[in-house]
Design a protein around this ligand. Structure first.
Ligand code: PMP
Ligand code: GLN
Length: 363
């Protein structure tokens, strides 16, 4: 969709990335570390100072002690952490519970490792989890459950109750959890992010995955990390070592410094809530009907008020004929389910959102 947007000179609200500048202070930190000669390989598991600062951040946010040496691994974005973790855990014919719509990198990583995705659809229209269906789909082959909160593409979040039910389901089993929490700081309306790290049963058997790309508006830097118990971290690192070995040294030094000031990430929720509210207000007179996002920088709209055509068709039509690109949510389902929703990314300058909304109100 980004290519289609470029080809047709459309406003690109499809792929998730900000179109505004990142903090110049962070850029200067990276540039200074480069100038000072920090340009060679970092340690395989990531710079110690960065892992220590991440551990401190987790303590302050989720009140848990995480050992920076044995429980945190810096990765090439969340994507590599997801891939290395799935590769470490999944063997042939292992089953993995995947909620749909699902972020696009989970299933290829599962199938490449010989695993079998077992799909559970989130309930429309609030995209909550039907835990009875999860229980019914668990078998003696279930090795892993992948959750994602706040959720891309739906903007739904998991509650404390969800986490407690999940804890009860996996307690006493060998089932592991991957919790994709790349949008941990982008939560709205007074809701709190529920990390698996807060829940002992989940933390003991879980891998929480994060991304500095989302948190510092720098998706192109591809910098993330996983947090997992030592025995699981050891397995993840066996894969990480040979997928990439280590990741960008000067950026790791810079982020280690930058993390020392919590205001660099605590303001992210209010920052994006303002953008969500602006976008919702500006599209209020359109024929698009929102499912108000509670987190992430994505907003889903039902387009049933405009037409009943397939989402791929309308996404293409709105891009080419009107000039606003979005993502049809059927691409996040293995069977291209016929839902009538489009995902719009609001991590954009206000003026971009204004121009896009102006067009959307005329469809
Ligand atoms: N998980 C989700 C839910 C995402 O939206 C993204 C962003 N593309 C990723 C993982 C990957 O993050 P990164 O860009 O750090 O690899
Ligand atoms: N997470 C972003 C999205 O969902 C982009 C990542 C990608 O394009 N692979 O749009």
């Amino acid at each position: 969709m980004s290519k289609m947007a470029a080809d047709h000179n459309a406003i690109n609200l499809s792929q998730g990335f900000p179109n505004f500048d990142i903090d110049q202070g962070l850029i200067e930190l990276v540039a200074n570390y480069m100038k000072k000669g920090y340009n060679q390989y970092a340690p395989m598991q990531g710079l110690p100072v960065l892992r220590q600062n991440i551990s401190r951040k987790i303590k302050s946010l989720y009140d848990k002690d995480i050992d920076p040496d044995s429980e945190i691994t810096i990765s090439d974005g969340a994507t590599e952490a997801l891939f290395s973790t799935i590769s470490a855990i999944i063997e042939k014919d292992d089953e993995v519970i995947v909620f749909e719509p699902a972020y696009d990198s989970y299933v290829p990583a599962i199938t490449l490792n010989g695993g079998i995705p077992v799909y559970v659809s989130l309930k429309v229209p609030d995209f909550s989890i039907d835990w009875d269906e999860v229980k019914a789909k668990i078998s003696d082959k279930t090795k892993l459950i992948i959750i994602n909160t706040p959720n891309n593409p739906t903007g739904a979040i998991l509650s404390k109750e969800d986490m407690q039910i999940l804890s009860d389901i996996v307690d006493g089993t060998d089932i592991l959890i991957i919790s994709d929490e790349v949008y941990e700081h982008i939560v709205f309306d007074g809701y709190k992010h529920e990390s698996i790290l807060k829940y002992d049963t989940l933390k003991e058997r879980g891998v929480a995955i994060f991304s500095f790309g989302k948190t510092f508006h720098a998706t192109g830097w591809k910098m993330g990390y996983s947090v997992a118990p030592d025995w699981l971290t050891a397995e993840i690192r066996k894969v990480h070592q040979y997928v990439t070995f280590s990741v960008n040294t000067p950026v790791q030094w810079a982020i280690a410094d930058y993390l020392e000031d919590a205001t660099h990430y605590l303001g992210l929720g209010p920052f994006y809530q303002k953008k969500r509210d602006l976008f919702l207000k500006l599209t209020n007179d359109s024929r698009l009907d929102p499912i108000v996002s509670r987190g992430t920088y994505f907003q889903l709209f039902s387009y049933k008020g405009i037409s009943l055509e397939a989402d791929m068709e309308i996404a293409e039509r709105i891009t080419k004929d009107y000039g606003v690109a979005s993502i049809p949510i059927s691409v996040f389902y293995h069977n291209r389910t016929d839902h009538k929703y489009l995902r719009f990314c609001f991590a954009k300058k206000d003026e971009t959102l204004e121009r896009a909304a102006d067009i959307l109100c005329r469809i």
